[in-house]
Design a protein around this ligand. Structure first.
Ligand SMILES: O=c1ccn([C@@H]2O[C@H](COP(=O)(O)O)[C@@H](O)[C@H]2O)c(=O)[nH]1
Length: 273
């Protein structure tokens, strides 16, 4: 998917919501556990109930890898279901990969070609040759971890390297990579106060912002400091949406949560001049 197609979706749906599909079999409604593929059944119900309210879905691969082959099959069925039924929706494999060049090429093939995701999250720690194999794919997006939502982000990411913080160095150096136009960045909603500085460095790039909902980040604060004239934000909520209810009404409850977030986004969109 091109960035312009993503922007068009945001304008059409008046939403920049990304729903995280982080399926935990201990949290989904019990009646689904008797289904042949409870993970896919859960995801399908969530997608059917919410696709008109969001522009992206983000399965975190950990929640599928944890269930072995069955989990990976459910991930494959989920991405195929999205690509076949909602090709306009942006898909993110939250896999946080990155390795020496030839290994990164294989990760890129796995997620962009075999599973046909639009994007993948990548850790920047191994540098240029670990990121560029992902960037080589046309109309696919590499979402680099810049400033993450967790408390441990302060261990390294905000430490000063020379004259500036490490997360700023990651952003600056990554802009020099080949095909850097395919880059987006992860910035946690819990770090909204850093967004104004980040926007100085990357005024136009899209930011994936997890941390609204269960982690307590504020959608309004993120918009205040992080929005650009194309919106430039994909705000993710996973647990806050998909586990709104653990009863038979779970998909309806998820849609109600997603609707709340979408309506707040619609208000924020009106503030763009
Ligand atoms: O900095 C980061 C990077 C990734 N994540 C992931 O996003 C979701 C958030 O889930 P919630 O349930 O809405 O808290 C999850 O998959 C994380 O691994 C993040 O939270 N922060």
């Amino acid at each position: 998917m091109t960035t312009q197609q993503l922007i068009n979706q945001i304008q059409k749906k008046k939403s920049f919501l990304c729903i995280g599909l982080d399926v935990d079999l201990n949290k989904i409604p019990q009646h689904l556990l008797t289904e042949e593929d409870p993970i896919f059944s859960f995801n399908k119900a969530i997608i059917d109930a919410t696709h008109h309210l969001c522009v992206a879905y983000k399965p975190n691969t950990a929640f599928y890898e944890a269930y072995g082959l069955k989990g990976w099959k459910a991930l494959e069925k989920t991405i195929n279901y999205l690509n076949q039924n909602h090709p306009e929706i942006f898909t993110i494999a939250d896999a946080k990969r990155g390795d020496i060049g030839n290994t990164s090429s294989m990760y890129a093939k796995a997620f962009f070609e075999d599973l046909a995701f639009d994007s993948i999250t990548v850790a920047p720690y191994m540098g240029k040759d670990s990121v560029e194999p992902f960037l080589a794919f046309k109309n696919k997006h590499t979402i680099l971890l810049a400033l993450t939502s967790n408390a441990g982000a302060f261990d390294f990411q905000t430490k000063t390297l020379g004259s500036q913080e490490l997360y700023k160095e990651v952003i600056k150096v990554s802009k020099t990579y080949k095909n850097s136009e395919n880059l987006m960045y992860v910035v946690g909603a819990t770090k909204a106060e850093y967004l104004a500085d980040i926007r100085q460095l990357i005024p136009n790039q899209f930011l994936l912002v997890p941390g609204v909902g269960a982690q307590g980040g504020s959608l309004q604060e993120v918009c205040k400091y992080g929005m650009n004239s194309n919106v430039g934000l994909l705000i993710n909520s996973s647990r806050g949406v998909i586990y709104a209810s653990d009863k038979k009404d779970f998909a309806i409850a998820a849609a109600a949560k997603a609707r709340e977030l979408q309506q707040e986004m619609e208000i924020q969109l009106k503030l763009i001049v």
